[in-house]
Write a protein that binds this ligand. Structure first.
Ligand code: SAM
Length: 289
């Protein structure tokens, strides 16, 4: 993965399963670097494209990338959990397809907000810089047991208590300011096994907590299903098991949906080779009855 470009994950599979000739209004709830967006706009030259992101930098980039399609594109800033209100605000009450490509983009990872444990920048991790809560705040002011709970629940980190204690002990001496400082604290108490960095799960957990990602996903999927027209499709790309379980259960338990992916669609070897970030991606699709 290059830090400077974001390569869309499962691009062919998204287009083949979500974009038909009948699709008139399509929402990309996570427009990000506009990789999927370009494919969507090229595949169906009549549809209107609504791109949403909570990160203003992502929207600015998407606006430039999609300039030549500007007459068919509307870009909106906000959390996709407020999808209904956002679309009602522009007079849209029904949609034919929607994509959620969760997590952060390579631009955000390289963007100096402390998303990466290699980062020497302040621990921030907000996707929307208007939000108040930062990773710095959690790490430096939450109770030890509360930090352990976040690491366990959102990171599935089984060494959560040990890491929370190490964070707490360090805090008694000095504030933990940067992502790299936090990664070093974790490295000192958790051994490296295999290729995965010991801080990976902690960083995932903090990002989920800072951005309230699981509640946003639940609200976003509810709103999307309500807005879909009959025959319209919802696709969700996840990057970790917590989210994938939520999507699978949400689709299965809804009588208004037919699940089109009994098993999640995953990238092939070629895609993983050319875009390593795709290795944990899973795409699930359902159709509104
Ligand atoms: C993996 S990137 C999407 C990349 C995009 N599909 C592409 O091909 O370039 C995820 C994007 O979704 C945004 N995002 C994540 N959660 C969001 C939410 N709850 N509401 C709105 N945007 C969100 C992030 O800011 C990020 O830009």
């Amino acid at each position: 993965m290059s830090g400077l470009t974001h390569i869309a994950v499962l691009p062919k599979e998204v287009l083949e399963n979500l974009i038909s000739t009948q699709c008139k209004v399509f929402v990309d709830a996570t427009v990000g670097g506009a990789g999927h967006a370009l494919g969507v706009l090229d595949r169906n030259r009549k549809l209107h494209f609504i791109g949403i992101d909570r990160d203003q930098e992502a929207l600015d980039r998407a606006e430039k990338t999609l300039e030549r399609y500007s007459d068919r594109v509307t870009l909106l800033r906000g959390n996709f959990r407020d999808l209904k209100e956002m679309l009602h605000g522009i007079g849209v009450s029904s949609i034919d397809g929607i994509l959620f490509d969760l997590g952060i983009s390579s631009y955000q990872l390289a963007g100096g907000r402390g998303f990466s444990f290699k980062d020497d920048e302040e621990l921030d991790m907000r996707m929307d810089t208007r939000d108040v809560l930062t990773a710095y705040e959690i790490v430096n002011s939450y109770r030890q047991d509360e930090i352990a709970r976040i690491l366990y629940e959102y990171g599935e980190e089984w060494q959560s208590r040990k890491i929370a204690k190490a964070i707490f002990d360090r805090r008694k001496k000095d504030r933990i300011r940067t992502a790299r400082e936090l990664a070093d604290i974790i490295l000192a108490v958790k051994k490296k096994t295999g290729k995965i960095h010991p801080a990976t799960k902690t960083f995932q957990a903090l990002r989920i907590a800072v951005n309230d990602e699981l509640a946003s996903l639940a609200g976003g999927m509810d709103a999307a299903v309500d807005l879909l027209s009959p025959g319209g499709r919802i696709g969700v790309i996840t990057f970790h098991s917590l989210e994938d379980r939520m999507v699978k259960q949400r689709f299965r338990s809804d009588e208004a949906l037919t699940v089109l992916t009994r098993k999640a669609i995953k990238p092939g070897i070629e895609e993983i080779r050319s875009n390593p970030r795709s290795r944990s991606a899973k795409l699930r699709i359902a159709e509104k009855i």
